[in-house]
Write a protein that binds this ligand. Structure first.
Ligand code: ZN
Ligand code: ZN
Length: 301
């Protein structure tokens, strides 16, 4: 009975870990697949920004401009004159000025249909927000219906090109990842459910274990339900300090000679010195005589 209960818990823990690993692998796999192009772009940006730190060639600028979400890569001199446009979309001067009062967007009077949303390199590396459909709604609410016409909103990032005094401007038009928000929400939901299940299992384990030892299972279970690992720790310390019947596991007063639950004799007697010893002791703590397991168990029959 005792062994079966223990293996039940082992089966529950193994099932929990296996199910958790399978669901986690499925979530990571689905997100990794859905976001693989964005993740690759993030890594490419990491390499590209390092190339720019040492001074990137036009060849390197043109290579980065081949990524799907990149609208163009520009090289501007100190007077904001466009010296190089990797996709050939722009020429002349890029004169950026704030487009709104919060300074969230920039615009160039020479290109009235376009707004630029400045993004930091940390955003590019982690690729947050660029896949969020919400970001596009935000753009729409604030700009798309202003001035009586739709505005094109690009993400803009700039970094110095070595010590040349020139700057590289990266202009992005991020296509949203399909089902990105659904996948992220499902992953968050699965994570929450597994965490709640873990929490409930700790409380259930404490409740069942306390009941098995004839303790107040409901009280210990509720303590673990509210405090989780702290409750489990308190319960473990309490158990260490308690004395249980070797046969039925019921909690016993140390002064008991027989178990008040199953009647088993709780203490043995040393065959050599005749003093009372704990059940299952390998040696007598009084005289040091080794106890025979067979002879010992005969005492409790
Ligand atoms: Zn007992
Ligand atoms: Zn002895």
């Amino acid at each position: 009975m005792k062994a079966r209960k223990k293996s039940n818990w082992r089966a529950v823990i193994i099932a929990y870990l296996v199910a958790g690993a399978v669901v986690a692998a499925a979530c990571v796999g689905a997100i990794g697949t859905a976001f693989r192009e964005k993740l690759a772009l993030g890594r490419a940006y990491g390499r590209f920004s390092q190339a720019c730190a040492g001074g990137a060639s036009r060849q390197e600028l043109a290579e980065f401009a081949r990524w799907a979400d990149v609208e163009d890569v520009l090289l501007l001199d100190g007077q904001n004159q466009i010296r190089f446009s990797a996709r050939g979309t722009m020429e002349g001067v890029l004169a950026l000025e704030p487009a709104d009062q919060q300074g969230k967007y920039l615009c160039d009077p020479a290109r009235p249909g376009v707004y630029y949303h400045v993004i930091r390199s940390s955003v590019l590396r982690s690729l947050e927000s660029m896949v969020e459909e919400d970001a596009h709604h935000e753009f729409e609410d604030e700009f798309f219906y202003l001035d009586g016409g739709a505005k094109k909103v690009y993400a803009l990032h700039s970094l110095p090109n070595g010590n040349s005094g020139q700057r590289v401007f990266l202009i992005f038009s991020f296509a949203p990842v399909k089902h990105a928000q659904l996948l992220l929400r499902l992953t968050a939901t699965a994570g929450t459910l597994f965490f709640m299940l873990y929490w409930a299992l700790v409380a259930l384990y404490v409740y069942r274990d306390a009941e098995r030892h004839k303790l107040r299972g409901a009280i210990w279970g509720i303590l673990a339900l509210f405090t989780n690992l702290a409750g489990l720790l308190i319960y473990a310390v309490f158990k260490q300090l308690s004395f249980f019947c070797f046969k039925c596991q019921a909690v016993q007063n140390r002064g008991h000679v027989h178990c008040d639950n199953c009647g088993a004799r709780l203490h043995g007697v040393c065959a050599a010195c005749g003093k009372t010893i704990e059940h299952g002791a390998a040696f007598c703590p009084h005289c040091g005589k080794e106890q025979e397991p067979a002879e010992f168990s005969a005492l409790f029959q």
